[in-house]
Design a protein around this ligand. Structure first.
Ligand SMILES: [Zn+2]
Ligand SMILES: [Zn+2]
Length: 173
């Protein structure tokens, strides 16, 4: 919901092309799982995708949805918000700060940077609500994962280490 028809078509077309180039079989289940995420502006979690797809394909399993979503992420067709592992993360650091997050193991470390603290908030953000603070999330691969000591050993496709993304969080008052 919320994604216009033309954009959804482009996403589905990119999915078909990427899957074909990567030699990934275009099954009905995979297509429906991708369509669910591609047509939503909700950034749904695994359970929400599962429930929606299950309403159309009663035989789909949660495990299939889970594995398919990570496969789509490996193919560079979808990305994740926040750390890879776990749903909720807790942070006792109440000072203004930003995060380095490892895209493989979920390691999250704080850093401080006055320039990031004073980033202006784009006007477009106002439509979603009031801003409490601005946080920059730098995504990358931590030293341990770079050495292959921890995390997934599976090589990933189209990964962009060091990708910078800005998130607005309202989790600190
Ligand atoms: Zn790591
Ligand atoms: Zn933190």
């Amino acid at each position: 919901m919320g994604v216009d028809r033309g954009e959804l078509d482009r996403r589905l077309e990119r999915f078909r092309e990427t899957a074909r180039k990567a030699g990934v079989r275009l099954t009905h289940q995979r297509l429906e799982i991708f369509r669910e995420v591609a047509s939503s502006i909700e950034h749904p979690a695994v359970e929400a995708v599962f429930r929606a797809v299950q309403a159309r394909i009663s035989t789909v399993s949660l495990d299939t949805v889970y594995r398919t979503l990570w496969m789509l992420e490996d193919l560079g067709l979808i990305t994740t918000l926040g750390p890879r592992r776990g749903v909720a993360r807790f942070d006792a650091n109440l000072r203004p700060h930003h995060h380095f997050v490892c895209i493989r193991c979920g390691l999250a470390r704080d850093f401080e940077n006055p320039a990031f603290d004073s980033l202006g908030v784009p006007g477009a953000v106002k439509q979603y609500g009031d801003v409490v603070n601005t946080r920059v999330e730098i995504r990358g691969v931590c030293r341990a994962c770079s050495r292959g000591a921890t995390g997934r050993t599976r090589p990933s496709v189209n990964r962009k280490p060091g990708q910078v993304r800005r998130t607005k969080l309202a989790d600190q008052k």
